[in-house]
Design a protein around this ligand. Structure first.
Ligand code: KG4
Ligand code: ZN
Length: 339
């Protein structure tokens, strides 16, 4: 079969990413540029993010082409995330990819960011030989949901967060503990020095039917623990104990929700975790335990493919092409919300 390289762009949040994949899913080149400015500002500022994507795209696209030893005319299809996400970034990335597609007389594919996260574990490079149906726990800064993946394009959302996403909760609690942004990795590091049974924190929705999540009560409970210390710095040992106890509470909830999800989707061939929070070792091992108790494999893509990237966008496009879909998504407008 003739190779038909595909170029994909991701700009839905604060990472500018581009990747080129061969038709069979081999990754020919990839690059992610994480915007640094937001760390100083304590969160993603949409307007700044959109402008930064625009600044970064031309260089990142040529660099990826160069790494793959290709030129634009070698690319057969262009794809970009068109939602859900921050509208400014979505407009920048998708317009850029559409512009390239129109200029080169090639098709454009509009890709759903969540779908891309969800299909990533099927990438040939991961050699997981992951078959449908499987269960994905998608846990990142922006998303937190359980999805039963029946086929490419066929998803059943079993549950999701009713308030904060898991990563958002990590980030907010980290901020309360005086850690930098993004808080998840810093909180995990601090938690290593603490005892996870120091504080009795709530396990929101644990034991409830379904697999929805809630983290705002947990966050409030942490803020109450910190209150007595006023505006002064929290002693490090106490911060570490709080971090460890919080992380344990999130892991307990995650475990409970995953067990419920597997009851709701008993035919699942594997339990998959994706999204930035999947970097957390405590959460990973908790979910791994759930999978093994059910006698199914546990799969977590390598971190670079768990967090936002363009490889996943290209792979989601290829899954559709492999199904025989012939896209022409130029008229598709970006959508900040796209369930
Ligand atoms: O998938 P991602 O890169 O971006 C999106 O939100 O789409 O996820 C980033 C989130 C942040 O909230 C970050 O704090 C969290 O993932 N995170 C972690 C860890 N590493 C990243 N949370 C807990 N433990 C970690 N080790
Ligand atoms: Zn994401």
């Amino acid at each position: 079969p003739t190779l038909r390289p595909l170029l994909a762009i991701e700009t839905s949040c604060d990472d500018t990413a581009c990747a080129i994949l061969a038709y069979d899913g081999r990754i020919l080149a990839e690059e992610v540029l994480s915007q640094k400015d937001h760390a100083k500002l304590g969160g993603v500022v949409p307007e700044i993010a959109a402008r930064a994507h625009l600044d970064a795209l031309p260089a990142i696209v040529s660099s990826v082409l160069q790494k793959a030893d290709l030129t634009l005319s070698d690319i057969d299809i262009f794809a970009a995330t068109t939602g859900p996400g921050l509208i400014g970034g979505l407009i920048v990335g998708s317009s850029y990819a559409k512009g390239l597609a129109i200029a080169m007389g090639r098709p454009f594919m509009a890709i759903n960011h969540i779908e891309a996260h969800t299909l990533t574990p099927r990438l040939p490079e991961l050699e997981g030989d992951l078959q449908f149906p499987y269960l994905t726990m998608l846990v990142s800064g922006g998303h937190c949901q359980c999805v039963s993946v029946k086929d490419a394009g066929q998803y059943v959302r079993l549950g999701g967060t009713i308030d904060d996403a898991a990563g958002e909760a990590f980030d907010k609690v980290a901020k309360m503990l005086g850690l930098g942004w993004p808080g998840g990795p810093a909180l995990e590091k601090l938690a290593k020095d603490g005892r996870d049974d120091s504080y009795d924190l709530p396990r929101p929705l644990k034991g409830r039917a379904g697999c929805d999540f809630s983290f705002s009560g947990l966050k409030t409970a942490v803020s109450r623990l910190i209150e007595p210390f006023g505006s002064g710095a929290l002693p490090r040992n106490i911060a570490a104990d709080i971090a460890a106890s919080f992380q344990r509470a999130v892991a307990d909830v995650m475990k409970d929700r995953a067990e419920h999800a597997l009851e709701m989707a008993p035919a699942s061939t594997a339990l998959v975790v994706a999204g930035g929070v999947a970097a957390n070792a405590t959460l990973r091992s908790c979910l791994e335990g759930v999978a093994h108790a059910h006698g199914i494999p546990f799969l977590a893509p390598p971190l670079r493919l768990c967090t936002d990237n363009a490889v996943m966008v290209g792979w989601a496009a290829l899954e559709r092409l492999h199904q025989g879909d012939h896209p022409d998504d130029i008229p598709t407008a970006p959508r900040p919300r796209w369930p």
